[in-house]
Ligand binder design. Structure first.
Ligand SMILES: [Cu+2]
Length: 294
């Protein structure tokens, strides 16, 4: 019996963690937010938990009050209703109570907003993301000739040629042909706009979500604290293929980023392939080593 329970728990554990082991993306039966890859997202996750400590007790309290009123003051038990219309003590309590609760929520909320909107560091890299119907275009503002490319949903037929057949790493509807590549631990400034209709650039594990509005340049930032392949999506209904313009950001070491950037200036496809070989190839050899050790 115990073994059976353990097996079920282990299976659930595998389900929960299996897909997150490869890349940061949503997974089946996910309930909470995605694991954080930036300090801002760390804080967002904390704030979500913190808020629940207010929401859940208040909801339960209101439920209890409703049940008490329904039971205690039902017609058969209480045929002559009270005509009380005012009670100063209650007025004071139900005004001050919510004010205090809102203060407890507002202070950390505004602190978090400030950290999101007013970064304290200078950006080390600036990338401009432009939303189109229905894909993203990226422009790296580096050196004399800025690097720019489009990032389009990976079609199943193109998987083999792109070397992206592993659906754990390159999932259907999230994988793209050209990922954004950024160095780990570096402050990246993100300029976001759109060329046709309003889109929104969202990267859940970075805590980034910002509207892409034609004729307007929005600015945000992120600083990924670990390497990996992160997936997000357009988050503003923008037309029939809104669900098919994913965002993929590959966070790599500064060294790998430098190599990629230098190669991408002449041939983006080859640069991506070389980067994939060094990243995915390294991951595989790590797995093999771990298997051998067991
Ligand atoms: Cu869109």
């Amino acid at each position: 019996m115990k073994n059976k329970a353990f097996a079920v728990l282990a299976a659930i554990g595998c389900l929960l963690f299996a897909s997150t082991a490869f890349a940061d993306q949503p997974f089946d039966w996910q309930k909470g937010l995605q694991p954080a890859a930036t300090s801002i997202m760390e804080e967002i996750r904390w704030f979500e938990q913190y808020t629940l400590w207010f929401i859940v007790p208040i909801t339960l309290f209101v439920l209890v009050l409703l049940i008490v009123v329904v039971v205690k003051f039902r017609e058969s038990k209480n045929p002559v209703p009270s005509k009380t219309s005012h009670n100063t003590a209650i007025e004071v309590v139900w005004t001050l109570g919510p004010v205090i609760v809102l203060l407890f929520l507002a202070v950390p909320s505004f602190q978090l907003l400030t950290r999101q909107l007013a970064p304290t560091e200078e950006p080390e890299l600036t990338i401009k993301a432009t939303g189109y119907q229905w894909y993203w275009g990226y422009e790296y503002q580096v050196g004399e000739s800025p690097l720019s490319f489009d990032s389009i949903l990976l079609q199943d037929g193109d998987r083999a040629a792109a070397g992206k057949e592993d659906r754990g790493v390159y999932p259907r509807l999230l994988a793209v042909d050209n990922e954004v590549v950024v160095p780990v631990g570096k402050h990246v400034r993100l300029l976001v706009t759109a060329a046709d209709v309003i889109h929104a650039f969202a990267m859940p594990s970075f805590g980034v979500k910002i509207d892409a509005v034609p004729g307007r340049l929005n600015e945000t930032w992120f600083k990924a604290d670990r390497e990996g392949l992160f997936y997000g999506q357009c988050s503003e209904l923008c037309g029939k293929d809104h669900a098919f313009m994913p965002i993929a950001i590959r966070v790599v070491s500064q060294e790998k980023y430098d190599t990629w950037l230098a190669a991408a200036a002449t041939n983006l496809g080859d640069a991506n392939k070389a980067l994939m070989a060094s990243v995915d190839g390294a991951a595989k050899s790590v797995n093999v080593a771990a298997n051998a050790a067991q």
